[in-house]
Design a protein around this ligand. Structure first.
Ligand SMILES: [Zn+2]
Length: 389
């Protein structure tokens, strides 16, 4: 069976560019009947009766391309329906476990949101409902999110540092979900971990910086907003805990801001540098504890090859293809339909991230190893803490 040519439309540089650049990689086969003719490629059925169909296909293709461009979407041509299902014997956690154990699954990308850190006691600081904002009433914020807006910060950095004091990753222990990711790395299966979290718990869990992309920045480092001098967490921590606004020691003028991404700021260069190459190589994508609503993070799920299965471990189903997209033939979002290999491609495991990760580890035969690792690591953290205290 021959697969049809695939069109890949990528949003590059988002959100650095205000317009999306469309790119058809040079090594891709031509994507539409028209392209085929232009490039002189041989049609599978080169006869005049196929001309009308070609024209029709070409128009549909153009409309899809146009919409994808206007809406800023990744468009993988859809004749690869259900390809994920073909990589899995069944669309379930068992199917995923079996696939991970096979030789065909060597490069796993994990993506995580606040859900993997909630059991560590870390509040979702971007949510006004988190309760973190109650202490800040005296600052008369125009709106809670102003704390994470650069303009406001330049004017009045104090509320941010009051909040930062509660948020700093001190004394929090990584969760079983973090250790599951570490296990994937130890087994040589982790291509990259993309996190929306700024709590540095991945680092605390022993996941090395080179396999980590902290998409929304991190408390791990900070920079002077004037001279760009770099500062380590320990230095910032001391100031913030002492209720001081960390001022730059080099230029004596600027404020040192932890490297977490504020609203309207561009994502770290590392994110933009790595996504294209990482996602096209992925054999499996595991999304954990993210509501997949914040862009451009959410749209990463569409950057894996069409035959790459995706597993969602989350309290609820998120990131699904919507009806309009489906109607237009745009393959955006996750497709959960375990009973139909035509429309089903992805697996959703619903519940607490830690429970899902432990269950998957069990199915992989790593369950005991994971429990031992967690116990050992958490004991070490306790020892470190008691030394400091
Ligand atoms: Zn400075």
């Amino acid at each position: 069976m021959q697969l049809s040519p695939r069109t890949v439309i990528r949003c590059r540089g988002f959100p650095r560019l205000s317009v999306f650049e469309m790119e058809k990689p040079k090594d891709e086969k031509p994507s539409t009947a028209e392209d085929k003719r232009d490039s002189g490629a041989e049609d599978e059925t080169p006869n005049s009766s196929s001309e009308a169909t070609e024209l029709e296909d070409s128009s549909v293709g153009k409309i899809r391309k146009y919409l994808a461009q206007k809406l800023g979407l990744h468009d993988s041509d859809n004749e690869t329906d259900g390809q994920g299902a073909h990589m899995l014997t069944e669309l379930s956690l068992d199917g995923i476990a079996e696939y991970i154990k096979s030789s065909g699954c060597r490069k796993i990308i994990t993506m995580a949101g606040a859900g993997i850190s909630t059991s560590a006691g870390i509040p979702d600081f971007r949510s006004p409902k988190s309760g973190l904002y109650h202490n800040l009433e005296k600052y008369n914020l125009p709106h809670p999110q102003a704390i994470f807006e650069l303009d406001f910060f330049m004017e009045n950095p104090e509320p941010f540092f009051v909040l930062a004091k509660q948020l700093m990753p001190i004394g929090f222990k990584p969760t079983p979900s973090h250790y599951f990711i570490r296990l994937l790395w130890e087994k040589g299966l982790l291509l990259r971990h993309y996190t929306q979290n700024v709590d540095t718990l991945e680092r605390v869990a022993g996941i090395p910086g080179d396999v980590l992309v902290e998409a929304h920045g991190t408390f791990h480092t900070g920079h002077c907003l004037q001279c760009k001098a770099s500062y380590e967490f320990e230095w910032m921590k001391e100031k913030i805990l002492a209720d001081e606004i960390p001022g730059c020691e080099k230029c004596k003028d600027g404020i040192v801001k932890p490297d977490i991404v504020f609203f309207g700021e561009t994502l770290p260069d590392r994110f933009h540098t790595l996504i294209d190459n990482d996602f096209k190589q992925a054999d499996l994508l595991i999304i954990m504890g993210s509501s997949l609503v914040v862009q451009p993070f959410a749209s990463l799920v569409d950057m894996v090859p069409p035959n790459c299965p995706r597993l969602l471990i989350n309290k609820e189903k998120v990131g699904m293809q919507d009806r309009i997209m489906r109607f237009l033939g745009l393959k955006q979002g996750l497709m959960f339909d375990p009973t139909d290999t035509n429309t089903g491609r992805d697996v959703a495991w619903l519940g607490e991230c830690d429970t899902g990760c432990q269950l998957l580890a069990d199915k992989l035969g790593w369950g005991e190893e994971m429990k031992v690792l967690i116990e050992k690591e958490q004991k070490n953290i306790e020892v470190e803490k008691s030394k400091e205290g």
